[in-house]
Design a protein around this ligand. Structure first.
Ligand SMILES: [Zn+2]
Length: 420
């Protein structure tokens, strides 16, 4: 029986969500907003107070700490726990006024301002949350449970382990990152400093989901050079780059390979931005696929359509520039399957069934995995992310902390068994 202190967990969470930590993609500073430094300072002092060691808010604003191993006799892998302190710029994050709904009775949840309602129709997961304590906003901001639920869960787990020295575990590293929401979460991370063998991000929705795959992602810029001349004398002389690009875009498959027509494990080629003239037209694409090698196939498809356009509109010239974004964490996790297996086993030990999940996007964990630290993503009770209807389940957050304690004990036990 793992007795996480739910009251303290709630207090923590309410304290953290009140700090405005909205990431700002329009500035180059790191972190991109001062609230991330403020929250980091709060977390570092709470970690000091609870007795964590090597507590540091580094010059980039990242917060590091260590929970020492409870058992120096066993050589146990060091596990890093990670969550991000920033919140999404997709919805306001200033003056968050969290509302606690105790013993949720079912049905829609009207929010105090703006006439917004959390509806069951929009969030079918609500049906499974009867009796839970839910935390919503007043309807004017997001909540920031993404990812302060993860932050609070890790903090409460740390305190639980420090207060219960009889619980066996290896060394635990804690890392709270900045600017994950704007893709800069791993920009200033030195993994040699983490000195961990495996990691978990606490940044997933709902409960009992172990996400061990995410898209591999590249960005591709296609430019088409045409030949311009005054339209009055264009006959036989003008070659319009806009028409050639339109040909390529309209030749892309309509019933698959697009975000509008795919889900689950299907990838896509997504044109999302264009500007152009007769002389030069540029299109930006997102290439996405769970199978990393398929990104090459997506580029090949675009190049073959461009070659057709070059034949049809003789005189145009296409060029491509592809930039790597992030990779499927599954590529790294497949070679260390026990990291996911332990997470699944911990759910089983607590009497629940884990669901494997895949993310149609990237996480800090994907970046860590690629840097050599395999990092699946775990549920943290978040719902309706990046929206003023965002909410979190305190019951699911409590369970996530229990799961972490069980998981860290499984790592210890398996090391002990292996040593015998
Ligand atoms: Zn997140």
């Amino acid at each position: 029986m793992i007795n996480i202190n739910t009251d303290l967990l709630l207090e923590r969470f309410l304290r953290y969500v009140r700090v405005e930590t909205t990431a700002n993609p329009t500035v180059d500073t790191y972190p991109s907003s001062p609230g991330q430094i403020e929250l980091g300072r709060m977390l570092a002092s709470e970690l000091e107070e609870m007795g964590a060691t090597a507590v540091e808010q580094d010059k980039h604003g990242l917060v590091w700490a260590t929970i020492p191993s409870s058992d120096s006799a066993v050589r146990c892998p060091t596990i890093l726990l990670n969550a991000h302190m920033d919140t999404s710029p997709d919805a306001p994050g200033k003056d968050v006024k969290p509302q606690v709904v105790e013993d949720y009775e079912g049905g829609d949840i009207p929010l105090k301002t703006g006439g917004r309602v959390i509806t069951q129709a929009d969030c079918p997961a609500l049906a499974n949350l009867l009796g839970h304590t839910l935390i919503t906003t007043d309807g004017s901001t997001l909540l920031g449970g993404d990812d302060k639920a993860g932050v609070a869960i890790i903090m409460q787990t740390a305190e639980h382990l420090l207060r219960n020295p009889q619980l066996e575990h290896g060394e635990i590293r804690i890392l709270f990152t900045c600017d994950e929401e704007i893709g800069r979460g791993a920009n200033h991370i030195d993994l040699t400093k983490a000195a961990a063998d495996a990691a978990y991000t606490l940044d997933g929705g709902g409960e009992c989901i172990v996400e061990d795959e995410n898209f591999s992602a590249d960005h591709l810029v296609m430019t088409c050079a045409g030949i311009n001349i005054h339209p009055s004398i264009g006959k036989g002389r003008m070659v319009n780059a806009l028409r050639a690009v339109a040909f390529v875009l309209s030749a892309l498959p309509e019933d698959n390979l697009s975000p509008e027509t795919t889900d689950g494990m299907q990838g896509f080629v997504h044109p999302y931005l264009t500007n152009g003239t007769v002389e030069s037209t540029r299109v930006e694409f997102l290439l996405r696929d769970f199978e990393t090698s398929q990104l090459d196939a997506h580029e090949t498809l675009l190049k073959s359509l461009a070659a057709e356009a070059e034949t049809k509109y003789a005189g145009v010239k296409f060029e491509f520039e592809r930039t790597k974004q992030y990779r499927n964490m599954g590529d790294a996790l497949r070679s260390a399957p026990h990291i996911v297996q332990h997470a699944i086993a911990a759910h089983k030990q607590l009497g629940k069934t884990a669901n494997r999940g895949s993310i149609r996007g990237g996480t800090d964990g994907a970046l860590f995995s690629e840097m050599g630290l395999p990092t699946p993503n775990l549920s943290s009770g978040q719902h309706n992310l990046h929206s003023v209807t965002e909410f979190a389940s305190l019951d699911q957050m409590t369970y996530a902390a229990e799961h972490l304690v069980a998981l860290l004990q499984i790592w210890h036990r398996s090391s002990k068994d292996a040593a015998q």
